[in-house]
Design a protein around this ligand. Structure first.
Ligand code: ARG
Length: 589
């Protein structure tokens, strides 16, 4: 559906042309003086230079031409040469009615659908899912949904971290604790047991213990490094253990992501890249891209124009172990083979920027990808506590994601119970879960991804202000009016939307027309925060209209039905937007 701004711009272009001015001056944008007008065109100011005429004269001529059009209720030239515009109410309501009938309420799918791999989540197996991975999951999920909404083919990949030193550490620690296990017998020939020799709880205790111990004991660390290499090179006992670790972790991870409504299309892992590494290394050596440096194999990736030092990309360590960059490069090879993507988007902490710069440069340099394939790093900031430092538990430890979710749910439950709108305890619990997710996700997504933000339980769970619960509250309010309306015996089923009856209704309609530009722009820029700002404004506009309008007691049935149509559209827009952000609304709250 054509955007309302484009329709306006067309009118202005034709007016500029017929006055003898270039149409390039006809740009229209939202007014920055909403008290005076809704839209404005500043082109006369720029045109003045080219045509050597006072801007106000040019504006005046254009305004005269526009006056005869039915599109505007106000067109006015004001000093020094602005053109102020207000849309005609009838025109506006027609457009809004058109949105209701259009596919996706007027959002246009891309004409150039791409195959996009989104690499997000990135949890590390055997480590409890902690809040550091929360942002990756939340932002990535939203970006995935947005791209898909625009018509791209999107593959969301969890890209589990399962191939690094953490694996070597866990296996080393197990060996220390239970050396008698068959996994450690060199010439073991039988089948390894199906049952893992540890539980999830033990696993989660083993990793931090091993990691701490290795920091104090170099010989232990050395052993873990050696174990990592052997695992990567295929030691059967280690592989069998690694399989157990993977299975147990995965089950838990899947449970957590499900709770977050984060849905990966594939659960690939760093280790899946292993089969591609040998060929990759061989190619880098053969084609002269890789060279030895202090025993390691590296590829130089610095460029002349670099303002800061970009160190070489390390491919193999001196002990032959592959590294984070190695698996990322080999994963590109695999993704190319499996999906032939046009774009790969990576979500990770912005402190990993250097890593991705190195990997992207290396991938291009060694010719893993054609120029057209876009690699994009979406680095996000840290979630901090109220003290401005990275979020921690009360005793200073790393906060587990599940604990954080439980805390928000508990807080939300209190408020939901206070509201007394739930039929049963069970309903209250379910509603609390839905609303808590909105608090968590919206609290995150309403910030620009690259910025750090402060996790503020009180603010995030508030029903007022720029929060998830406020947006849900608005949706629930609309649903409740619609339900009550449906119970009224004297309804008409007119689908007509009448011209706005007052300013707040017009403001609501104007915001509704901004749905497709807002969504397309946010999707294009992989910027969920833009959807948040849009729905916050929309929710505010709706609530203002609601407070000024007695919808359910309106006697003019045609007018009432028109408002109901407007409410339905507002609900639909809000629900599409929250779905793009990755959460849903309850029926009551
Ligand atoms: N597992 C990594 C971490 O915990 C994030 C993975 C990001 N994706 C990637 N392809 N490197 O930091």
């Amino acid at each position: 559906m054509k955007k309302i701004m484009d329709y306006m711009e067309e009118e202005l272009k034709s007016a500029f042309r017929s006055c003898g001015y270039d149409e390039k001056y006809a740009g229209v944008h939202l007014s920055n003086r909403p008290d005076l007008c809704e839209f404005q065109c500043n082109g006369a100011l720029a045109a003045a230079k080219e045509y050597k005429k006072a801007p106000i004269m040019i504006a005046g001529e254009v305004v005269e031409k526009l006056q005869s059009q039915g599109m505007f209720e106000l067109v006015e030239a004001v000093n020094p040469g602005f053109i102020n515009l207000k849309l005609d109410k009838n025109y506006l309501s027609q457009y809004v009615m058109g949105m209701k009938l259009a596919d996706k309420l007027g959002v246009e799918e891309t004409k150039n659908p791409l195959t996009i791999v989104i690499d997000y989540g990135g949890p590390n197996v055997a480590k409890p899912l902690h809040i550091g991975h929360l942002r990756s999951a939340i932002i990535g999920e939203s970006v995935k949904r947005m791209k898909r909404y625009l018509g791209h083919k999107v593959i969301g990949d969890a890209h589990l971290g399962d191939w690094g030193l953490q694996m070597g550490l866990i296996i080393t620690e197990l060996k220390k604790r239970k050396p008698q296990l068959v996994y450690f017998q060199k010439d073991f020939k039988g089948e390894y047991p199906e049952e893992a020799p540890f539980t999830l709880g033990e696993l989660e205790e083993i990793y931090p213990a091993a990691s701490a111990y290795s920091k104090e004991h170099p010989e232990y660390k050395e052993e873990a490094l050696q174990t990592t290499v052997e695992l990567q090179q295929g030691n059967p006992g280690y592989r069998a253990l690694w399989n157990h670790i993977l299975d147990i972790s995965l089950e838990d991870l899947k449970k957590n992501y499900k709770k977050l409504q984060v849905e990966f299309d594939i659960w690939k892992k760093e280790s899946d890249a292993q089969p591609y590494i040998a060929d990759l290394v061989e190619k880098m050596k053969r084609e002269g891209f890789a060279h030895e440096s202090e025993g390691a194999l590296v590829v130089d990736v610095k460029e002349e124009t670099d303002a800061k030092e970009i160190p070489p990309c390390i491919i193999l360590k001196s002990d032959g172990a592959s590294l984070y960059a190695t698996t990322d490069l080999a994963t590109i090879v695999e993704r190319k083979k499996l999906f032939d993507p046009d774009q790969i988007i990576y979500l990770a902490d912005k402190r990993q920027e250097m890593h991705f710069t190195q990997v992207f440069r290396c991938a291009r340099k060694i010719g893993l990808l054609t120029k057209e394939v876009k690699l994009e790093f979406l680095g996000f900031g840290t979630m901090n506590g109220k003290d401005g430092r990275p979020f921690k538990t009360r005793d200073g430890g790393v906060m587990r994601l599940s604990t954080l979710i439980d805390d928000i749910e508990e807080e939300m439950l209190k408020k939901i119970v206070d509201n007394k709108n739930q039929a049963s305890e069970e309903d209250a619990q379910k509603t609390a879960e839905i609303v808590a997710l909105s608090a968590l996700k919206y609290g995150d997504l309403s910030n620009q991804a690259a910025k750090d933000y402060i996790f503020d339980m009180e603010r995030f769970t508030s029903f007022e202000g720029n929060t998830g619960p406020y947006i849900l509250y608005t949706i629930v309010r609309i649903k409740s009016i619609l339900n009550k309306y449906m119970e009224q015996p004297s309804r008409t089923d007119s689908q007509k939307i009448l011209p706005a009856s007052g300013d707040s209704e017009k403001a609501l309609m104007l915001l509704l027309t901004q749905f497709s530009p807002a969504v397309e722009n946010a999707c294009e820029d992989s910027a969920p925060h833009k959807i948040c700002s849009y729905i916050y404004e929309l929710a505010n506009a709706f609530n203002k209209f609601y407070h000024e309008t007695k919808i359910l007691t309106e006697e003019n049935k045609e007018q009432q039905a028109s408002w109901i149509q407007l409410l339905m559209l507002t609900r639909d827009v809000l629900e599409i937007c929250i779905d793009l952000l990755g959460f849903t609304a309850p029926e009551k709250m």
